[in-house]
Ligand binder design. Structure first.
Ligand SMILES: Cc1cc2nc3c(=O)[nH]c(=O)nc-3n(C[C@H](O)[C@H](O)[C@H](O)COP(=O)(O)O)c2cc1C
Length: 278
């Protein structure tokens, strides 16, 4: 059940030195092969790399995540085409992979800022027309977190989520959502638990007649920083993650639906992304 996996997942930045068994590696490969349908029908490329192969010497290992990940062993490198790639779809696909890895008891951490683009581009043989918006560190979670891990969690207030009434609305942006359908209500709660870059939680959802309209509440100072650091538009990745959580939570309740971009849904304060109709 994806609802349980969503509740279980949290960012892991401290791993043990254990390596995966052959069986686990093949289960991971299967997960990577089974990427599900995305909201805008574009697909990234996800490749697992192990750092101690080839030139994975200790300095290179430390440089990969600027020390944020303790004992980095494995990474999933996500790549999209520079022109046709879509960051919402990228977030949607990668989060589904992460939840499937969570089912295998594998610890993961999204990295959109603290990773070294050029090292990963080389290791993953990224093509000239591709970019790496994010990578995911994965491995066996250590029981004790490193001081860096604890500091990042503290700074991002990682355990906290915004209140329901700041995120989910019904019929208009004045009334917060109280949904009669408890599966729909639970699906929104699963969006609330989603991870996001710097824990900004930029998603806003307007619910109308079995339709969830997804909006992005852009944080301008954060976006200026992202531009300055020349990072991908991580808030679009966050939107894809939120959509993945909603879709999978509904799927648990056997509620199927589809993404649909509806014309005329634009709003003054929020950026309309797309809608999920079920
Ligand atoms: C798109 C994206 C990019 C992220 N980039 C980083 C990063 O560069 N470094 C890091 O330590 N954590 C990163 N995170 C993890 C977030 O800080 C974390 O998801 C958030 O604080 C919520 O905590 P949780 O994942 O434990 O629920 C990223 C998360 C997302 C979704």
């Amino acid at each position: 059940m994806y609802v349980e996996l969503i509740k279980k997942r949290c960012s892991v930045r401290t791993f043990t030195l254990d390596i995966f068994s052959k069986e686990k590696l093949s289960e991971i490969e299967n997960i990577l092969k089974n990427v599900s349908r995305t909201p805008f029908n574009t697909y990234g490329r996800f490749k697992m790399i192990k750092l101690d192969q080839g030139e994975g010497r200790s300095l290179v290992r430390a440089m990969t995540t600027y020390g944020v990940i303790k004992n980095p062993q494995y990474f999933l490198v996500g790549m999209i085409n520079k022109v046709t790639g879509n960051l919402v779809d990228f977030g949607h696909s990668f989060e589904k992979i992460i939840l499937d890895l969570t089912a295998l008891d594998i610890g993961t951490c999204w990295l959109g800022g603290t990773f070294n683009q050029s090292i990963f581009a080389k290791y993953a043989q990224c093509l000239a027309d591709e970019v790496i918006p994010c990578v995911v560190a994965l491995g066996v979670s250590a029981s004790l977190q490193s001081p860096t891990d604890r500091l990042i969690k503290f700074m991002a207030a990682s355990h906290k989520r915004k209140e329901w009434k700041a995120l989910f609305f019904q019929n208009n942006f004045k009334d917060f959502a109280v949904l009669a359908n408890h599966h729909h209500q639970l699906a929104l709660e699963m969006v609330r638990l989603a991870p996001s870059a710097s824990n900004k939680q930029p998603w806003r959802i307007l619910y109308e007649d079995n339709c969830f309209h997804f909006y992005l509440d852009r944080n301008s100072s954060y976006n200026r920083l992202i531009d300055f650091l020349n990072l991908a538009d991580l808030q679009l990745v966050d939107m894809g993650i939120a959509m993945c959580h909603l879709e999978l939570a509904l799927l648990d309740a056997k509620i199927l639906g589809q993404f649909e971009f509806i014309k005329g849904m634009e709003q003054k304060h929020y950026t309309y992304i797309t809608s999920f109709r079920c």
